[in-house]
Design a protein around this ligand. Structure first.
Ligand SMILES: Cc1cc2nc3c(=O)[nH]c(=O)nc-3n(C[C@H](O)[C@H](O)[C@H](O)COP(=O)(O)O)c2cc1C
Length: 795
């Protein structure tokens, strides 16, 4: 019981300080405002009031550049779609939604909330509409591009019904705003994107929705909730089917759905072929005078190391290190690194051939908006590109084509009966789509080829019918933007300030259904980013021996390419650069040859140097500030990444401060087999020797699932080591003289492992404390709230 009291007492202290802190914050106006004012002279008070008035007036000043309503009206639109997106899915859904609802009466405009201010929402008229498409990120957090809106609308309010109503903009042409319900008369629709394996499922959309309702706005239809653990495409389609008729009705249109319409939509983008005799290369992909690097302006970091960590034949486990020197970027243990990958030559060629573009793949093109009022006038961050570059660097071309996209952007271009008969079920029947397209990993290039095969068998040409041709603008519209991939950094920023490392396993998928295999779509598909990293490794290792100099082709063009590749030129992703890279097509047997090549002086062995576009994303997954706090880390597989950074940091601290107390440091690591999958073994064991000098109970506890007949995972090891964990979790307090108790970190698979670990922990607390598992689970939840139980998980 003593320990239980310990828990309650300890928690009470922390909980009460949180409560006191919150109350102090809420009452700050009364607690401090008056006292400060009392101490001022009359003149000082007058000056302060004047300054406050100016500040308020200034914040009220209309900034048309950040006003969604201004933007919308200038472009003659009546619907604004705002997306909250971290990795591009919500952005893609928003763009597709815009196409789906577009008609004479419904004129949507897709905007990024980061570039606009929330205050202007109140300026919308009743014959206009805002649609939110909001993904949830982090642990139930808003996406970065919705952070300011979220903070103003939601998180500054204690509850959705909070009386502290944010101050919206009063439009001249609207009636005065209701003080408590300033969004009365505003209509919106809401679709959330999430994943049910996260505790806070769809939290972002849910709380924004509640808050908008509380502020008086009127929601059209139900809030949609997409779950990408199951079938987010279908969730989206269902929500659209239910909501679009209501939206049409709201905007004064007939409610008839257009499900029978197979006509081609108006293109949003046009491809302009440019004068090939001119030099269009303008320098780096993210050009301009970039002084601060971020996700929109990644840093071309030289790759300083790339190795395979374990020798398994059936998979590749990679360790890649980059050099951030000169970028000004800093990383701390627990942060993520974003990497912009490229598609493989193989996939790019497949699509180029399917679109009939191989002959002019390297000709300069520009992709421009067809709507002169569209906020984004060119699709890519460079003025000119090539078809090859567009499909390699900017567009996601390997994912299975969603059903709704087949319906709106592929089927309309099928002119033969055979093509229509093949495509219709894929567009209309979700089970057929799942069996053939999803399970068959049918990318756009493969889908086009499948239609061609069907037409060939039906002898479409012989019948005098027109064969299927997908216009390039439809292909460009159909492919989402290629997004950066985030990896938990596996090195400590304190120990290796400019050298973050990535630990990743190369992803490969096989087409799953018999149908798909029979239809010859059964080839192996590869994850874009991890295969890009594998390509980086193979290039540096020298696997790609088919060097450009070795080419038999001696024409001028090729010499130029060779020169370009070996020069010190910083041109990256340019027309010339891209064609140079594609010259080495012969190394086809490798999964990836297309790299962002840029010789960088002073890094790895001369001409094998290359760079990767990267940026750092800060996280809240952090070691406790006080080293005396014990830590329990659970990181099986590549979930070891941030734990390795933590261990490096703790070992360094232990070496530097042998007289300072350090909390017990436990690492639970799991993998398939000890002999093949125990990555960083020697290094970790060495680091733990250092830690044990000051925290003797510290240790690595491993679980190798395939080293014995029955499967053993990290959660089993937690159970077996219940006594040690319990001691580390709860009893260190006395030993360490009042230091706060252990922090628990879990990294890796969200769907099974993270849940099992949480349950295992609750179970062992329940047993030791003799309380129900329900009570113990609440303690774990409390630990989460107090940031003593942190997860960095993915599904
Ligand atoms: C790091 C990370 C954290 C996430 N956290 C949550 C979460 O707390 N709740 C949830 O419902 N979904 C969560 N998701 C799932 C995303 O919301 C979902 O995958 C969504 O489709 C991503 O949209 P985006 O690509 O536009 O960012 C998370 C996904 C990632 C990668």
């Amino acid at each position: 019981m003593a320990t239980q009291e310990g828990i309650e007492w300890g928690d009470m202290v922390i909980v009460s300080s949180v409560v006191i802190g919150a109350a102090t914050f809420l009452l700050r106006k009364y607690l401090f405002g008056n006292k400060a004012a009392q101490e001022m002279t009359i003149a000082q008070r007058a000056a302060l009031e004047e300054a406050q008035k100016i500040g308020v007036e200034k914040s009220k000043q209309h900034n048309p550049e950040r006003d969604i309503v201004d933007k919308m009206r200038k472009a003659s639109k009546n619907v604004v779609i705002l997306y909250g997106s971290q990795t591009g899915t919500a952005e893609d859904f928003a763009t597709r939604l815009s196409k789906d609802i577009q008609s004479q009466a419904v004129r949507p405009l897709v905007l990024d909330p980061e570039l606009y201010d929330w205050q202007y929402l109140s300026r919308l008229r009743s014959d206009e509409l805002v649609i939110f498409v909001l993904a949830t990120a982090g642990e139930g957090e808003p996406t970065d591009n919705m952070e300011a809106w979220y903070k103003a609308l939601v998180s500054d309010a204690e509850s959705p019904d909070d009386s502290d109503v944010p101050e919206f903009c009063q439009a001249d042409d609207n009636p005065p705003l209701d003080e408590n319900m300033p969004l009365q008369g505003i209509s919106y629709a809401m679709f959330g994107l999430g994943n049910n394996t996260y505790e806070q499922f769809n939290h972002h959309a849910r709380v924004v929705d509640r808050r908008l309702l509380a502020l008086g706005a009127d929601r059209i239809g139900e809030r949609g909730e997409g779950d990408d653990d199951i079938d987010i495409e279908e969730d989206f389609a269902r929500w659209k089917d239910a909501t679009l008729p209501l939206i049409r009705q709201h905007l004064g249109m007939s409610t008839l759905s257009d499900s029978g319409d197979e006509s081609a939509p108006e293109p949003s983008w046009k491809v302009v072929e440019m004068d090939a005799s001119q030099t269009w290369a303008k320098g780096e992909l993210f050009s301009g005078a970039v002084t601060t690097y971020d996700s929109r302006h990644p840093f071309a970091a030289p790759v300083t190391a790339a190795v395979e960590l374990t020798p398994a034949a059936d998979r590749h486990l990679l360790h890649v290190e980059v050099d951030l020197a000169g970028s000004g970027m800093r990383h701390e243990a627990g942060d993520h690194i974003g990497v912009y990958p490229t598609n493989t030559d193989e996939e790019v060629d497949l699509l180029l051939a399917a679109l009939g573009l191989l002959d002019k793949a390297d000709a300069p093109i520009a992709v421009q908006a067809t709507d002169p009022y569209a906020p984004q006038q060119q699709l890519f961050p460079v003025e000119a590109t090539t078809y090859r570059a567009a499909f390699r660097h900017y567009l996601e071309i390997t994912t299975p084509v969603p059903r709704s996209q087949i319906k709106s952007l592929v089927l309309p271009f099928a002119r033969s009966e055979a093509a229509r008969t093949f495509l219709r079920p894929l567009a209309e029947d979700k089970d057929v789509h799942a069996a053939v397209v999803t399970a068959g990993c049918m990318s756009l290039g493969r889908l086009i080829n499948a239609v061609r095969d069907v037409e060939k068998q039906a002898d479409v040409l012989g019948n005098g019918e027109e064969p299927f041709v997908l216009p390039v603008h439809a292909a460009i519209e159909l492919c989402p933007r290629l997004q950066a991939r985030l990896y938990s950094i596996s090195s400590s920023g304190k120990v290796h300030p400019e050298r973050p490392t990535i630990t990743a396993v190369v992803l490969q998928y096989d087409a799953k259904t018999e149908q798909a295999v029979q239809a010859k779509m059964g080839a192996r598909r590869c994850g874009v980013a991890t295969n890009y990293l594998l390509g980086v490794l193979r290039y540096l290792r020298g696997d790609r021996i088919v060097d450009l100099e070795a080419s038999n082709d001696n024409n001028d063009d090729n010499r130029l390419r060779t020169g370009h590749l070996l020069s010190q030129s910083a041109e990256l992703h340019t027309v010339a650069d891209l064609s140079s890279v594609s010259a080495s097509r012969d190394a086809k047997n490798y999964l990836l040859q297309s790299l962002t090549l840029q010789p960088s002086p002073g890094s790895v062995s001369n001409k094998r140097a290359l760079t990767m576009p990267v940026f750092i994303r800060k996280s809240t997954f952090r070691l406790p500030v006080d080293n005396a706090t014990p830590v329990i880390m659970v990181g099986p597989g590549t979930g070891l990444a941030p734990m390795r950074a933590f261990v490096q940091e703790r070992a360094q601290t232990a070496r530097a401060n042998p007289d300072q107390p350090m909390g017990t440091t436990l690492l639970f690591f799991g993998a398939r087999t000890e002999s093949k999958d125990y990555m960083y073994r020697e290094e970790l064991e060495k680091l733990f020797e250092d830690i044990q000098q000051v925290a003797p109970e510290s240790q690595i506890i491993t679980a190798f699932s395939r080293d014995q007949p029955q499967k053993i995972y990290v959660q089993h090891r937690l159970k077996e080591n219940a006594e040690l964990i319990y001691r580390t979790l709860l009893c260190e307090q006395q030993k360490l003289n009042g230091a706060s108790r252990a922090h628990v970190y879990v990294c890796g698979d969200a769907k099974n492992m993270a849940k099992d670990v949480s349950r295992a922990l609750a179970a062992l607390i329940a047993e030791r404390e003799d309380v129900s598992e329900d009570v113990a689970s609440k303690w774990v939840s409390e630990m989460r709230k107090l940031s003593r139980y942190q997860e960095d998980v993915w599904s």
